[in-house]
Design a protein around this ligand. Structure first.
Ligand SMILES: [Zn+2]
Length: 432
């Protein structure tokens, strides 16, 4: 399989670490000199950019959060004068003010290159026809991939979102080979094909490049079997750049992070402490080449693991696990961080389809308990008690192994847990 930027994507780690340090030092200098927010933060600590002598020194600096970015609305985080900014994107900004992202001409060239890396890793080449059904607007998703496709020399069809019947028509008539969309929209397309009597296997699709929302391996299997293609996960963090931050290679065992541009850390979302590689925690990224709006220790809110093991594809960069949920959903039970989404993954491995479950956390005396309510099919309640007991035991054991706390598992009938978050929240904490 091809690699777009061999010099960097296969760089030996000792050279990569050196490059990262040089780029980090330059970034800290720029941020300190040009962004009031960082000057104030660094001064508060008595930290000067030249105090950064190793990559470990980064951990001495405070985090940047979405809240900080929203407070800096619109241009306070820019490290260059507005006349050097050639593109402006923004997020929808819920809750609070939108977050504004600026790009210099060089930032845009970097962005296209990194998107081309992600596309190449996904198996896209210049013979492909890429249909981008993402939003062309203030959001970063479509434009990021768009210019990556063009740089790669493949053809791009900028359909944008919506008009699903027309999307299917274009896909068939223009012989689209690559679909860029969200996981959920790829299934909307599959539904529409069925409705229109278009057979996915008669189309030319080979790859779907999916991001923009959390998704599971079960969804991947469904998308692949219904659309007759390979579904590839990538990580498009708009505050850091947009698509091009990280993406899966053909091994599909984690997303290669473009480490020569983004420095990763994984932290305990509650304490902020840096976690060793392999531990599940919140991803923190520092941009080390971005000119217009550099970010120092940006808390992404996404829960991941980092995998530094060599990948058979030949890329030397660290891999991010599939995003395992959001750190603002973390709850502490008996002093242990519990990630509700991680529970969902374990439950998904035990049954067919997406599990419908709910966590109830309470306290008896001084001890916390965790109850997991799981919807099961109705006929189970008519089965022998031994069948029910065995299932309960199996689920309890699996969860215990996965999260480190023994939960009380309660099987409930279909319809007990609503799919609407408002009526059935994922977590009910009775302790507060
Ligand atoms: Zn790989």
């Amino acid at each position: 399989m091809a690699i777009f930027d061999k010099d960097y994507e296969q760089m030996e780690r000792k050279y990569l670490l050196q490059l990262q340090l040089e780029r980090l030092q330059a970034t800290l200098h720029r941020a300190y000199k040009n962004v009031k927010f960082y000057k104030k933060k660094f001064d508060g600590l008595g930290f000067l950019p030249e105090d950064c002598q190793s990559l470990e020194d980064l951990a001495r600096l405070p985090f940047t959060t979405r809240h900080h970015l929203a407070q800096s609305y619109p241009y306070e985080m820019f490290a260059v004068p507005l006349r050097e900014v050639v593109r402006i994107h923004s997020s929808t900004g819920s809750p609070g003010a939108p977050i504004v992202m600026g790009y210099t001409a060089r930032d845009l060239r970097t962005w296209a290159k990194l998107a081309a890396r992600i596309l190449t890793a996904a198996g896209v080449d210049r013979d492909d026809v890429v249909q981008v059904t993402l939003s062309y607007g203030l959001l970063t998703s479509a434009f990021g991939l768009h210019y990556g496709v063009e740089l790669l020399g493949a053809s791009v069809i900028p359909t944008g979102p919506g008009g699903t019947a027309r999307q299917v028509q274009i896909m068939r008539d223009y012989r689209t080979t690559v679909l860029a969309s969200t996981p959920s929209y790829s299934l909307v397309l599959a539904d529409k094909m069925e409705e229109m009597g278009v057979e996915a296997k008669d189309l030319h699709l080979k790859v779907a490049l999916l991001a923009g929302e959390p998704w599971t391996e079960a969804q991947r299997r469904e998308i692949e079997s219904r659309l007759y293609l390979t579904a590839i996960d990538h990580y498009a963090l708009s505050e850091a750049m947009g698509p091009g931050v990280a993406g899966e290679c053909e091994q599909r065992q984690g997303m290669h992070l473009n480490e020569d541009h983004f420095l990763p850390e994984v932290i305990d979302p509650k304490s902020g402490a840096t976690l060793p590689p392999g531990e599940l925690g919140e991803l923190v990224l520092t941009t080390i080449t971005k000119e217009a709006a550099p970010l120092v220790r940006f808390r992404t809110g996404d829960l991941v693991r980092l995998d530094y093991a060599p990948c058979p594809c030949g890329r030397t960069s660290v891999r991010l696990s599939r995003i395992q949920g959001r750190s603002d959903e973390v709850v502490i039970v008996k002093g242990i961080n519990i990630f509700p989404a991680r529970l969902g993954q374990i439950l998904a491995g035990l049954q067919e389809g997406e599990p419908l479950y709910q966590l109830v956390i309470g306290r008896e005396g001084h001890l916390d308990y965790l109850e997991v309510r799981l919807e099961v099919r109705e006929d189970l309640f008519f089965d022998k008690m031994t069948v029910q007991r065995e299932l309960l035991l199996k689920i309890t054991r699996k969860l215990e192994q996965g999260i480190g706390v023994t939960p009380r598992v309660k099987l409930v009938e279909p319809g007990s847990i609503s799919r609407e978050k408002e009526t059935s929240p994922l977590v009910i904490d009775l302790r507060t």
